[in-house]
Write a protein that binds this ligand. Structure first.
Ligand code: MN3
Length: 202
């Protein structure tokens, strides 16, 4: 079964005014679609065909750049769309909130650390909140790399991701990545992130 592009979990204009509909349409319908198509082409007929995306990423060091870039792009955007939603934002609750306090001291400190990771990632890449050995860690990665890759400098299971490629924000924010990062906090679907935290710590 080839990988398929899942529809966005909300309308393309649902994240306005924080992320505009045109950006979402191009980002999902062109960029994410291309990663999906190109991943399928890159693994077709090879030893990775039929593997789960997590399994492919866990042995990415022995795959070529087409599998790395498109496999990362496929996985990262699936997570990213689900990490956001209309009328979200606010703060996490329950076990996730306690884990954030334990790891960072407070939610505000966590937000600052994650925002800094997003703002200071040079060029194209991602900021992450991951579970590493049962603990929460903030990190970032270049290009479409992610912490599930076996050769990542910081490894773990991503539970929240923010795309800081220019294609994610340039139409609306141009060079103002910090404004886009600030706006992201109005969109975070903490229920989804809490589910991912539960799965990653089971
Ligand atoms: Mn992107």
């Amino acid at each position: 079964m080839p990988f398929e592009l899942a529809p966005l979990p909300y309308a393309s204009n649902a994240l306005e005014p924080h992320i505009d509909a045109r950006t979402m349409e191009i980002h999902h319908g062109k960029h994410h679609a291309a990663y999906t198509t190109n991943l399928n082409a890159a693994i077709q007929g090879g030893p990775l065909e039929g593997d789960s995306i997590e399994s492919i990423l866990s042995k990415i060091s022995s795959a070529g750049p087409a599998v790395r870039n498109n496999g990362g792009g496929y996985y990262n955007h699936n997570l990213f769309w689900n990490c956001m939603g209309p009328n979200k934002g606010g703060t996490p609750s329950g076990n996730l909130a306690r884990a954030i306090d334990a790891a960072f001291g407070s939610f505000e400190t966590f937000k600052e650390e994650f925002s800094n990771a997003a703002k200071t990632r040079f060029g194209s890449g991602w900021a992450w909140l991951i579970v590493h050995d049962g603990k929460l860690v903030v990190c970032s990665s270049p290009n479409q790399d992610n912490p599930l890759m076996d050769d990542a400098p910081v490894k773990g299971t991503p539970i929240l991701g923010l795309d800081v490629w220019e294609h994610a924000y340039y139409l609306n924010y141009q060079n103002r990545r910090p404004d886009y990062v600030s706006a992201f906090w109005n969109l975070v679907n903490w229920d989804f992130v809490a589910q991912q935290y539960l799965l990653a710590t089971k």
